[in-house]
Design a protein around this ligand. Structure first.
Ligand code: SF4
Length: 430
């Protein structure tokens, strides 16, 4: 008998990727094989996203394609679209839609183990346990410490899809981090749906700024990277904790969404441009070479040309190094879905294009500004005689693979930009 073959198609954000990795971690490798190719699977799990119309379409398409697989797989839809869209099962007939509790990693693992053959009936020898992330082909595992959002921005379906804010207790966070370190990982990416809200629902309400130093002790001598954190969570303490330790990666992502206070207010974001700018400048003061990423949402009802131009002018002034520009699409049940004054689709498309082009230019400028710098990279991949990696400040690099190992931290000098956009680097002694 062969093992049960499972493919996990993850669509959407880092929180979804972390959930998929958590599930893989719980699977018994002796009975369940995680395969990259969904056509080879007996069960295809589509970890879905519904943050935009496009993401929702991608999920449906992925599930329908999976249903046609040669092994006639069971297709399970889980995640945000499964939770938030009441009509999903009628739109992807044949797939099973599993919501909230049914889709917890422990419950899914249990379901899969029930479908899998018993170990005694298997011909394969027992294999060594490996970290889920290695099996998913990543050198930088995500550690999800928080889920849900209680903020309710006017345009966003995530609070419906994910429920209210919930934090992983501190001892469990530290234990999970220790497991990853024991597996040999030297960078951990801390993630959550609303990462900055970690602790609000725990006894004594600990803060993320209290957690970071404790995690750094566990991760030592490796490094810690933060995924997206909303600007309102970046108070003085978090800025200090996120920038003062050398093993905190110089990489911060703070969604902006709009450069116009009126649009921000309509979005219900809860900060002004001046407050956003103050946070960004505080981070940059401590970490002048930091990668600073942001999200910009264009086309919200009420965004006129003048608002859009304010956004562009603000981005030109703040010069984030990475911009994710995306177009608003109404999500049923959100406040923005019934707001008047939505810009024409073509206008929104043009605006997204402008934001993306600006993002490409700022990213290029940032990359060029780092040539000649010496930084630490993590080796993520080795292809033939070339190793590929990522600097602490989020720049992709290439160097000779001689002696390099995936997952290793290497100190390098950044030499030149290659036609691929990566930076050629050479090893240095720290
Ligand atoms: S903070 Fe706003 S945009 Fe972010 S998940 Fe919560 S509701 Fe959505």
């Amino acid at each position: 008998m062969t093992k049960l073959r499972v493919a996990i198609e993850t669509i959407g954000c880092r929180a979804n990727q972390a959930d998929s990795a958590n599930l893989v971690e719980l699977l018994d490798e002796n009975r369940v094989e995680v395969v990259a190719d969904a056509t080879q699977a007996d069960v295809v799990i589509v970890n879905s996203c519904c943050v935009t119309e496009q993401a929702e379409r991608d999920c449906r398409k992925t599930a329908r394609r999976a249903l046609l697989g040669p092994r006639s797989p069971q297709v399970w839809l889980i995640g945000c679209a499964a939770n938030a869209l009441a009509d999903l099962s009628s739109r992807v007939q044949g797939a099973q839609v599993l919501r909230f509790e049914q889709a917890l990693p422990e419950v899914l693992a249990d379901r899969l183990h029930k479908l899998a053959p018993e170990p005694s009936t298997l011909a394969q020898p027992r294999v060594q346990t490996m970290a889920a992330t290695r099996r998913l082909g990543r050198a930088r595992p995500m550690l999800k410490i928080q889920s849900g959002c209680s903020h309710h921005c006017a345009y966003c379906i995530v609070p419906t899809a994910r429920g209210p804010e919930r934090s992983v207790p501190i001892d469990e966070v530290l234990a999970r981090a220790q497991r990853l370190v024991d597996e040999g990982f030297s960078e951990i990416v801390l993630t959550g749906v609303q990462l900055g809200a970690w602790g609000v629902d725990l006894p004594q309400r600990p803060l993320l700024s209290d957690l970071l130093p404790r995690l750094l002790q566990v991760v030592s001598p490796g490094r810690l990277r933060l995924s997206s954190i909303e600007p309102w969570h970046f108070g003085t303490q978090l800025v200090e904790a996120a920038t003062s330790h050398p093993r905190m990666c110089s990489h911060y992502h703070l969604p902006l969404q709009s450069g116009d206070d009126a649009v921000l207010a309509a979005m219900g974001r809860g900060y002004t441009i001046a407050q956003y700018e103050a946070v960004l400048l505080a981070i940059r003061k401590h970490r002048p070479d930091a990668a600073l990423g942001t999200d910009v949402l264009v086309g919200l009802p009420g965004e006129d040309q003048a608002s859009f131009e304010k956004t562009v002018a603000l981005l030109e002034r703040l010069r984030p190094t990475h911009i994710h520009g995306f177009s608003y699409s109404p999500r049923k049940g959100t406040r923005a879905a019934v707001m008047p004054g939505r810009p024409d689709r073509e206008v929104a498309k043009r605006r997204v294009k402008i934001i993306r082009q600006l993002g490409e230019r700022l990213q290029r400028d940032f990359t060029m500004s780092q040539i000649g710098a010496e930084r630490e990279i993590i080796v993520e991949d080795i292809i033939a005689d070339t190793a590929r990696g990522l600097t602490d400040n989020f720049l992709p690099v290439e160097l000779s693979a001689q002696g390099a190992q995936i997952g290793e931290l290497v100190f390098v000098k950044l030499e030149e930009i290659l036609p691929s956009g990566r930076i050629r680097a050479t090893p240095r002694t720290k």
